[in-house]
Design a binder for this molecule. Sequence first.
Ligand SMILES: [Zn+2]
Ligand SMILES: [Zn+2]
Length: 379
Amino acid sequence: MSYYGYNTGPSRAAPAQIRPVCHGLDDTGDCIARATTRGFCPTHQEQAVWLNITHISSEERRAHAEGRRCCGVTKKNALCRNNPGGNYQFCWLHGRQRGPSNVAPRPFFGVDSPERAIIRARMRELERLAAESGRRERAARDRWAQEEQQRREEARARAERDAEEHRRQREEEQRQQEERWHAPPPDPRSEWYEYQRSHQRQRRRNTRASGGHSHEEQRRQRDDRHEQQHSAQERARAEQEEQAARAAQDLQRGPILERYLIACATFDATQFSARNPNSFANIPWPVFARADGTVRVGDVTPANICFFFDANKMRRYKTPRERDVIVKRVAWRFHPDRFSVSRAVVATIGDLIGDAVERRAVVDAAEVVIKTVNGMRST
Ligand SMILES: [Zn+2]
Ligand SMILES: [Zn+2]
């Protein structure tokens, strides 16, 4: 039995001298070098600032780093304001404060010294912020790329739709054109009735607009109309309206004055003879043709001739000077010396045995034209 006296306890090894080890961290792991100044080896002594920045919140660091400022800390323990040219970078002054690129969550073995635990936590915090920022940026870039892709697809779809629409329109136009080409010509009478109906509607509207609301007013107007229905004035107005209708229809068909001038030139250049007889329809009367394209004997009236030239003037087909030239040519064309029964222009009209009625009508109409045109020129 062994016995140990009170004075001789089991011999314990003298406590090991605690060797101060550097608190720094680097890519190889935890530094095991001997600490020289304030707990750090010469390589890691600049990492001491991580211990001094307790007053800087992580939010502050994040805003600072994402504003492209250096993540380092100055000697006054403030965040450095240098711009190292990127997010979460260190400037050339503070590069040595940077920790390892992947900070381990805990030491490889043993436990951290309190200082190193703080340094590790703060380095990991900065790393987390940088990773989050990178994720956010990547997400934004992906979203933008996705939107860009979507925009491009939409634009392509729109272009295709437009092209399709355009093609459909062209086909429709072509179809309509073919239909028009093959369709029978419209009945001029139906056009004329349609015009009359629309004109009546317009007149009724005008009456209403001019304040004919009261029954009294309407009755008076109706009575007036009854009185005047057969008067010459009403008939003249009706004629003028018919002329207006013809003008509208002719204008729809094309430049009427151009066609008129061509007809005049053709007529002036023609030598009439027994083999090439003239006719009433052949003469370019200065009036608007009816809906079916003809001019009848009764159509050549002063009112219609004035309307023909006024309408043309109003439509600005010609300047006033050009219009005067046209009117002068009309006076020359229908000169009584030319339009006399003994001249070929009139003498060849109708069958040679004697269509005296048509010849008489032509001479009378020419006289009307001359008188009207002379009256226009003198004013
Ligand atoms: Zn070290
Ligand atoms: Zn810096």
